[in-house]
Design a protein around this ligand. Structure first.
Ligand code: SAM
Length: 237
């Protein structure tokens, strides 16, 4: 994990301890091992795991200055990105990893045990149901997602989960500015306001990535999120 240490230091000004680098190494090994038995990731070269999973997840540090003591939910976490990487890098951050696919959460739970991560919990649910459940609605400082849905639907997953004064962050590709335009009405209807779109560059990758940061400025109206499936089928516009 020396590459991760170098990249995290040089690109993100983030110092990872030897213990944390060991945890990332163990996570990489487990990901490759479990991936032989279930479909967790198409990224399988160890150096790609470092850049496209670990470092990409940690780019959230460019828009969040302090994670300690915060509650973060990673919606549609899959094999645990970005949430698991953030939980390793910030032991004082409480991370909830939500996915509708139980078997991916079993992988995350096994990682949590093996790495003795005391700051994660998994949530097997649809985002639309979690957003209506009072033990999750408006309970998080940050709701984040990577590669889960198009932005107009994604904001309906994320913003109901965020406390007023918190933030929803969508990790997007090249279409980030168009995405933000297409989601403008949805963001407003859900009580959000676009704060910034931050471009991030990762080593050895040509295309930049973008972090779309949305402030929650008002309570989300009670009618949102709508029934499971509705945000993608019929996005707010
Ligand atoms: N975020 C991970 C990453 O970037 O590596 C996984 C991305 S994967 C392409 C999308 C994940 O979102 C899948 O694991 C899927 O089960 C989950 N997902 C999609 N829609 C969802 C919803 N409405 N509620 C909960 N999970 C959802």
């Amino acid at each position: 994990m020396s590459t991760l240490a170098e990249y995290a230091g040089a690109c993100l000004n983030l110092a990872l301890s030897a213990h944390q680098l060991g945890q990332f190494e163990a996570l990489s090994d487990m990901l490759l091992d479990w991936n032989q038995r279930m479909n967790l990731t198409s990224i399988t070269a160890p150096e790609d795991i470092v850049v496209k999973h670990f470092l990409d997840s940690l780019t959230l540090t460019t828009v969040v200055t302090r994670f300690d003591g915060l509650r973060l939910i990673d919606v549609g976490t899959g094999a645990g990105f970005p949430g698991l990487a953030l939980a390793i890098a910030f032991p004082a951050l409480e991370v909830t990893l939500l996915d509708s696919t139980a078997k991916k959460l079993r992988f995350i739970e096994a990682v949590g045990e093996a790495l003795q991560l005391g700051n994660i919990r998994t949530l097997h649910a649809r985002a639309e149901d979690a957003g209506r459940d009072k033990s999750h609605r408006a309970c998080y400082d940050i709701a984040v997602a990577r590669a889960v849905a198009r932005l107009p639907a994604l904001v309906e997953y994320l913003l109901p989960l965020v406390k007023p004064t918190g933030q929803a962050i969508a990790m997007q590709g090249m279409t980030a500015y168009e995405d933000a335009n297409s989601a403008a009405r949805a963001i407003e209807a859900l009580g959000g306001e676009l704060f910034t779109i931050e471009e991030v560059l990762l080593p050895a990758l040509d295309n930049p990535r973008y972090l779309i940061v949305i402030d929650k400025i008002k309570k989300t109206p009670r009618q949102y999120p709508r029934q499971p499936g509705r945000p993608t089928r019929d996005p707010i516009q």
